[in-house]
Design a protein around this ligand. Structure first.
Ligand code: DX5
Ligand code: ZN
Length: 218
């Protein structure tokens, strides 16, 4: 099965935002990944609502927002209003994760749990039936262009087994350091959605890279 591809706007050229979104619209990408950082949960700031609005106005692919912020429930309604379809919050940032997921779903969005590299997938045992997708961070969140952490492949395989054993339909998204070498291994291990920033936007032929990440021969 070929994976869904979610280009991460963090690596896009923000001086040329409309063209960058148009490139994604015209490509075989499936989602547009938005990285929201608050300088507290992660040691970096990214972009906020005015930029998301500008992307949303132009986008013809569903928006997938990844919240790397503390107390994300404060903004759930706002992301729904902006037309976000997939919203993930960090396991490590939510004291009442079940409530956070229910709130996301009640507003018509797909609810995701994002996991830092050090958080075991086994911790998801009791919450997994309430999530539409799990985002496995394969780098420490905060920056684009980092090196893939190899143990992520084991985590994905273990999570895939949990999902199968529990007869769930939960999707697995992988985020960080995804490239043309590890993409086939990620898909084999059970990933459904591959996020890629640097690999796509750092290329002269981003649309070709998106097709190759999907496993197409060019
Ligand atoms: C990192 C973000 C990622 C990042 C991925 O905190 O969550 O989505 O943009 O970038 P690459 O693909 O360059 O590692
Ligand atoms: Zn992300």
């Amino acid at each position: 099965m070929s994976p869904l591809i979610a280009p991460s706007m963090l690596s896009a050229d923000f001086g040329n935002l409309d063209n960058q979104v148009e490139m994604i619209n015209n490509s075989s990408a499936d989602l547009i990944h938005l990285d929201i950082m608050d300088g507290l949960f992660v040691p970096n700031l990214s972009y906020g609502f005015p930029v998301i609005k500008a992307i949303a106005r132009k986008a013809r692919k569903p928006l997938d927002a990844h919240l790397m912020i503390v107390d994300p429930d404060r903004y759930t309604e706002k992301f729904a209003e902006l037309g976000v379809k997939y919203l993930s919050v960090h396991y490590e940032a939510c004291t009442h994760l079940h409530r956070s997921l229910q709130k996301i779903k009640s507003l018509g969005m797909k609810a995701g749990i994002a996991l830092n590299p050090h958080t075991p997938v086994n911790n998801l045992y009791d919450i997994l039936p309430y999530a539409d997708f799990v985002l496995i961070m394969s780098v420490n969140p905060g920056y684009g262009g980092q090196q893939f952490i190899d143990n992520s492949l084991n985590k994905i395989a273990r999570l895939r087994k949990m999902i199968t054993d529990m007869s769930l339909n939960t999707l697995i998204e992988v985020d960080g350091g995804v490239n043309l070498n590890n993409a086939p291994l990620l898909t084999e291990s059970g990933a459904d959605i591959l996020v890629a920033g640097n690999t796509i936007f750092g290329s002269d032929n981003p649309e070709g890279i998106i097709r190759r990440l999907k496993g197409e021969e060019l």
